[in-house]
Structures are given as C-alpha cells and as structure tokens.
Design a protein around this ligand. Structure first.
Ligand code: FAD
Length: 468
C-alpha cells in the first residue's frame, strides 16, 4: 500500500489543533491530528475554559439563591451545596464535548493518531516527518499546537495542598480557605468562584494591580468589587515563601510598605502564568526560532522553517486564549489550502475574564493608545444607569470606550460588569470593521437590554449619553 503523505499534520489536539485539522479537512486537505493524551480537547476542554465555566454557573446560581429573599423568593434559605453533584455535572459536560470532538473527527475524516509527536528535522523534498512514538508520520505541512502547562513557583511541586488549575478542579471538598497567588484571568476566576462557594479567599498579585493586562480603570473597579465581596486582595506584593503546615499551607509575603506578613490557609493556588510545552518536540533539529520556549512565527503562523507552523499557547507575543489558537488554526489551514486568510491581529482579540463581575475587553487600553501617540477621547457609562442592569440586580461596573479624538475611530472597549464577556462581541466586530463612534451612536440597540449600555457608552465619548 502506498505510504500516506498528509497535506497537513497537526501535533496537539487542543482548541488550536483540532480547529486547524477540521478546517483543513473542510477545505479538502488530507489531515491528521496527533495527540499524546487519551482524549482530544487539551487544556481548554479538560482543565481550563470548560470545567471552570461549568463551576462558575453553579457559583452564579448559588449567589442568586443567597439573595432569593431580596427577589421575593422564600423557602430556599439555608440552601446547601452538594459538591459531588457539582463535580459530576462538570465532568458530564466535559465528557459530552470530548465525545463531540471524536464525532467531528470522524465526520470530517481527520485521521487521529495517538502518541507523543516530535519533529525529526526540517522538510526533505517538501515532506516533514514526525516521529509519533516510533511510528513515522509524513506530511507536506506540519502545525505544532502542543499548548502550555501551569508555571510553578521555584522549589514547589503541585500536590493536594499546593494546587494548579488541574488539582483545584477536582478537589474532594470545598476548601475553607484558599490563598491565590497571581491575579491574572485564571487567579481571579478561581478566587471569584470559590468565594461564591463560601471559601475565605486571599489574593496576592506581584504587579501593582489586579488583572494587570486590562485597562487601569477596570483593575480599580475589580479591586473595589472584590473588596465588597470580601475577597482580601494584595497588590504589589511579593510572595517570599510557601510552606506546608500541619493542616495546610503558610504563605509569607512582603507588602508594598516593605512589611512581611504570613497567612495560613487550607490550600494555595499557584496561578502565575503558563509555560509553553515545547521541550522534547524536536525543535532543536530544525531552525525554528523561539524565545524562552515560545515559538516565533510570521503573521501567517509560519515558523522560521518552511512547511512548519505553530499556533496556540506556544506562540510568542500572543495572549494564551482558546479562541486565539483556534483562529490561528483557521488561518494556517486556509493558507495551506491556498484560500483567503487574514492574519490574527493582537488588537482585535477579545479578552474575557469570567469572574464576578465579568470583564470583556478588546483593542487598546487608554494608556496604550496614548503611548502609541493617539490623541484619545474617552467615554464611560456605568451599569448603574442601565435599566436591565437594575432588573437583574447587577449594578457594579461600567463600559469604557477609547476612541481616536480626530476621526472618532474606536480604538478599544473595556467592560466590567454583567455579561461583559458576551457584550464584548459587538465591540470586536466594531473594531474589525473600523467603526467610528458616530456610526455606532446611530446603531439601534434593543430596549431594555444590557447591550443598549453600549449605545450610551459610545455616545458618552461626545458627552451625549441619554441615560446619564
Ligand atoms: P492546549 O489546549 O494545551 O492543547 C494542547 C494539546 O496538545 C494537549 O491535548 C496535549 O496533550 C497535546 N500535546 C502536547 N504535546 C504533544 C506532543 N508532543 N504530541 C502530541 N500531543 C501533544 N481560554 C479562553 O479562551 N477562555 C477561557 O475561559 C479560558 N479559561 C481557562 C481557564 C483555565 C483554568 C486555564 C488554565 C486556561 C484557560 N484558558 C481559557 C486558556 C485556554 O485553555 C488555552 O489558551 C487553550 O487551551 C490553548 O489551546 P492550545 O490548542 O494551544 O493548547
């Protein structure tokens, strides 16, 4: 039988990899997907986006029940959590979507090859060979999509008390107290979820503000609301030591005034970023360039090695988000198939953080826009002036619009508040189409909705918000 030479072979079956393989097959390419784990789906499906948002749903419902009396609903006082049912529910959702991926592979005729894949070298006569646990897989184009692992603090190892995103998702019980180190998206999401479940939370961030990648006003508002929710937050604070005690852990840290403090808790979550999984995959046998393990690519995701691409969490200079890897996968598949492809722009990527209150943002922050030399005009609309926000009892937060002062082009939108992660979609489209404030001010938004807050926010750039 003739040897199979795939048009495209993808190493890694997370959201970057499986999206790339599916789109390649849809475009008529012969595609293979190589995965080392038993299941497809990667971090996102098994220990990231999906299980965390499943827990978040439980946390939200529980928060509503706690406020039931205020909503005129009685008889649900003293509601208790059944942790096993919550965990089982989360597992069912993950399993359902894992099966869904297997179905999609069959439907699109993508060959799934089990095993750890590594490059054997550059392309020879236009064909790249990947060693998959001793079996050689050949392809005209290879896409590396091997993802990332949680970064640990030096000298620490994850176990039943020192947790990463993996252990915290399958705890046998809800911890009474939890110290979260790192206030990026992963840290604040777990802090928020477990606070809703009744855990005493201490959040420690090394940089001067929570969610440091967001607009400064968003960080301030999150700090304010977290304080109101009883989440103790320390910023500009350096963790000196994490020790195991008889019953839990002790974290010693230095606050901005130079004072050292120690806190005890049942568990500690280390959420200090994610390292690229690029060790042992044969990069050294090629001329692929990397920076601290992150692979350098051009705008179409091609590495320094012709026929070899990289997508997802392993790519240098891009946010580590499932939808970024997925779109990069679509770009590569389209490019390889000779179809229209548009590079992923960093300033067109929605950043969503699913804490309470939620955060959704896209484009330039006010500070970044100014740094880039833009003369900016800023509009801000608080959810306290939006009628739907009143109806759903969710008044914290605002929508901030950063626009170019001369032409009114929208440069960035930063939302903190109810459904921020859904509301941001409109803003991504607005930026993608280079919409101006004037156009958006005449775009009809339904009443009463949270999204009409967008109309007010765009109008507020010219001081013409109707509801404020
Ligand atoms: P991964 O999802 O990590 O998948 C890589 C795959 O490659 C894995 O299946 C792995 O087993 C396989 N692999 C690795 N090496 C090899 C090899 N040599 N051979 C074969 N297979 C290999 N992002 C969002 O957009 N929204 C969210 O809400 C969100 N929530 C998150 C919550 C948490 C707690 C965490 C940790 C992350 C979250 N993320 C979220 C980030 C998101 O999970 C990642 O950005 C996304 O999973 C990256 O996709 P990927 O395809 O690059 O890699």
């Amino acid at each position: 039988m003739a040897e199979t030479i795939y048009d495209i072979a993808v190493v890694g079956g997370g959201p970057g990899g499986y999206t790339c393989a599916i789109r390649a097959a849809q475009l008529g390419l012969k595609a293979a997907l190589i995965e080392k784990d038993k299941q497809l789906g990667g971090t996102c499906l098994h220990v990231g986006c999906i299980p965390t948002k499943a827990l978040l749903f439980n946390a939200e419902v529980y928060d509503h029940i706690k406020n039931a009396k205020e909503y005129g609903i009685e008889g649900v006082e003293g509601a208790k959590l059944n942790w096993k049912t919550i965990q089982d529910g989360k597992t069912k959702i993950v399993q359902k979507h894992t099966k869904g991926l297997d179905f999609l592979m069959r439907k699109n005729k993508v060959d799934v090859i089990a095993g750890f894949g590594k490059l054997t070298g550059p392309a020879k006569d236009g064909v790249v060979t990947i060693d998959v646990a001793g079996k050689l897989v050949k392809a005209k184009n290879v896409v590396i999509a091997t993802g990332s692992d949680a970064r640990m603090l030096p000298g620490l190892k994850a176990d039943d008390r020192v947790l990463t995103n993996i252990e915290i998702l399958s705890l046998p019980e809800i911890p009474k107290s939890l110290i979260v180190i790192g206030a990026g998206a992963v840290g604040v999401e777990f802090a928020s979820i477990y606070k809703s479940f009744g855990t005493e939370i201490t959040l420690i961030e090394y940089l001067p503000r929570l969610v440091p990648a967001e607009d400064e006003d968003v960080s301030k508002e999150l700090l304010r609301v977290f304080k109101k929710r009883g989440i103790e937050s320390f910023v500009q604070t350096k963790v000196e030591k994490v020790e195991r005690t008889k019953d839990g852990v002790k974290v010693t840290f230095t606050t901005p005034d130079g004072k050292q403090q120690a806190k005890d808790a049942e568990k500690v979550l280390v959420a200090v970023g994610r390292s690229p999984r690029t060790d042992g995959i044969g990069l050294d046998k090629t001329k692929i360039k990397s920076d601290r393990g992150f692979i350098l690519t051009d705008e179409y995701m091609q590495t320094a090695e012709p026929h070899i691409y990289a997508i997802g969490d392993i790519v240098a200079g891009m946010p580590q988000l499932a939808h970024v890897g997925a779109m990069q996968g679509i770009v590569v598949a389209s490019k390889v198939a000779g179809k229209y492809a548009k590079p992923v722009r960093r300033d067109r990527i929605p950043g969503c953080t699913y804490c309470e209150p939620q955060i959704g943002s896209v484009g330039l922050t006010e500070a970044a826009a100014k740094e880039l030399g833009h003369e900016v005009k800023v509009g801000k609309f608080p959810f306290s002036a939006n009628s739907k926000a009143s109806i759903i009892h969710s008044h914290d937060g605002f929508i901030k619009v950063v626009a170019d002062a001369k032409y009114g082009e929208v440069l960035g939108v930063h939302i903190i508040g109810p459904q921020a992660t859904e509301l941001i979609a409109e803003c991504v489209v607005a930026l993608e189409l280079e919409a101006t404030v004037d156009e958006l001010m005449f775009t009809i938004h339904a009443h009463p909705t949270l999204s009409e807050g967008m109309l007010d926010a765009f109008s507020s750039v010219y001081g013409e918000s109707i509801n404020m």
